[in-house]
Ligand binder design. Structure first.
Ligand code: HEM
Length: 443
């Protein structure tokens, strides 16, 4: 089929679309947001997630990110309540406490005017935040699991740039044995943690599983079991995999957003000052952000949107087809991987109202629809039924971290910073992000 398409000049010579091959697999890059809407929304049921090589699957688990069809719908229904806004707002104090703790560790460097590599620091903070908010009182075990998962992540980043040989995951190589032993440990700790929580929950009235992501997910699962949809509940292994998903999907992505936001504010001091004023006004004399004060941070929101436009942590999404399908007027042959190049769409001049290469948060002053010339061109969290379940979580975390730091420090880039965004599963600065902080003294 691709042979025929390849010889149909109209397909390629429009200048809008192109394909490339990864081995024998054709990948079709779409540049039309209307096609994107069909792919991710109106016709999403006809497309599936791209199969992941088995040696990387250990990292993700078989959870929301990787499942398809009815299995995906069942998981999404159970995990959804854990991400309701009112539940997430309750996590604001934890997020700000952990940010304050981190700033206390920075103190000696700040005094010496030494640069701090915030890329690394915000990764650690992100891991602490997700461990606390996902596992609450069982934080220590959660943190241990996430440290192990971080090791798997590093391994997966390396594997991502190598060619997969089918069956190679079974070779008793050093990497494979190491990966398997880490995975075994993770599953043991998470399994124990979930079982303990379920036992303690049964002994309590109401949704006694706790207000963290795990507790909320267990309560929703219990609700399904108690109702007449018992067969649709999740078993222990599925719950373990969803916990792994929280970390994989939520940790590096949010750290990437916060890191690039600091880059943009360190290089645009006028915006840093405007945001500081807004945050001080919103938090008043409390000096720490609360769930309510976050609602009064419009400029902060605009800067978050603009950061996600310029530096989207997930640079693309991909789907696959099992049969020949049409996306608008184009027939996509079975077996093709379709790529929505998020980062490219965010930088196409014809999609945007203002200069695309520059940092212009004001483009979002009247919302996303007014910022884009072409609806659907802005999709840092994807869209449609499989959009990011954690987008509110990520935005709250970014706001809390920024609002907490802005009230205490003024900051600028170190002259040693080298601008080299790179992709290792998510977008990150290849050589770190050294920033110099200066304490703001009370007037
Ligand atoms: C700035 C931070 C984040 C960005 C840019 C981001 C981006 C995305 C994108 C683009 C997708 C769609 C992937 C696809 O369809 O292939 C996605 C899905 C997902 N994200 Fe996020 N994400 C972020 C934070 C989070 C957080 C904090 C969590 C959880 C704690 C999370 C959990 C998920 C899950 C579970 C999915 C799969 C949803 C489904 O298929 O039903 N994400 N994310």
């Amino acid at each position: 089929m691709w042979f025929e398409v390849f010889h149909n000049k109209n397909f390629f010579l429009s200048g809008e679309h192109f394909i490339y091959w990864v081995g024998f697999q054709p990948r079709y890059i779409i540049r039309d947001p209307e096609q994107g809407k069909e792919l991710l929304s109106t016709k999403s049921g006809h497309f599936k997630k791209v199969s992941i090589r088995p040696d990387i699957k250990d990292l993700l688990g078989i959870g929301l990110v990787t499942l398809d069809g009815e299995e995906w719908a069942r998981h999404r229904r159970i995990v959804n309540p854990a991400f309701f806004v009112d539940k997430l707002k309750a996590m604001v104090p934890t997020m700000s406490d952990l940010t304050i703790e981190l700033m206390e560790k920075w103190e000696p460097h700040v005094k010496e005017k030494e640069a701090i590599n915030v890329a690394e620091e915000f990764q650690k903070l992100g891991a602490d935040i997700i461990a606390h908010t996902a596992f609450g009182s069982s934080f220590a075990e959660g943190k241990m699991v996430f440290d192990l998962q971080h090791e798997l992540h590093m391994l997966a980043s390396k594997l991502g740039s190598t060619i997969y040989i089918p069956g190679s995951q079974y070779f008793p190589s050093r990497e494979n044995l190491y990966r398997k032993s880490i995975n075994k440990k993770i599953e043991k700790v998470l399994g124990q943690l979930i079982e303990n929580r379920m036992e303690s929950g049964e002994a309590t009235e109401g949704d006694g599983y706790g207000n963290d992501l795990l507790g909320l997910m267990l309560a929703a699962n219990q609700g399904v079991m108690n109702g007449n949809m018992k067969g649709l509940s999740m078993g222990l292994h599925e719950l373990i995999d969803e916990c792994k998903t929280f970390f994989f999907a939520g940790h590096e992505t949010t750290a990437s957003l916060i890191t690039f936001m600091f880059l943009l504010l360190a290089t645009h001091p006028e915006w840093q000052e405007r945001l500081r004023e807004e945050v001080l006004e919103a938090c008043r004399d409390k000096r720490i952000p609360t769930a309510d004060s976050l609602n009064n941070m419009k400029l902060v929101n605009m800067v978050i949107y603009e950061t996600l436009r310029l530096y989207p942590p997930a640079i693309l999404v991909m789907r696959e087809t099992d049969s020949d399908l049409k996306l608008r007027d184009k027939v996509i042959p079975a077996g093709t991987v379709i790529v929505v190049p998020i980062i490219a769409w965010h930088h196409y001049e014809r999609f945007w109202e203002m200069e695309v290469k520059e940092f212009h948060p004001e483009r979002f002053e009247e919302g996303i629809l007014k910022a884009c010339k072409v609806p659907g061109a802005y999709l840092p969290f994807s869209f449609g039924p499989r959009n990011c379940i954690g987008q509110v979580f990520a935005t709250i975390e970014a706001k809390v971290v920024l609002a907490t730091v802005l009230q205490r420090y003024r900051f600028r880039m170190s002259p040693h910073y080298v601008h080299a965004p790179t992709v290792a599963l998510t977008l990150k600065p290849e050589f770190g992000m050294p920033i110099v902080f200066e304490e703001i003294f009370e007037p």
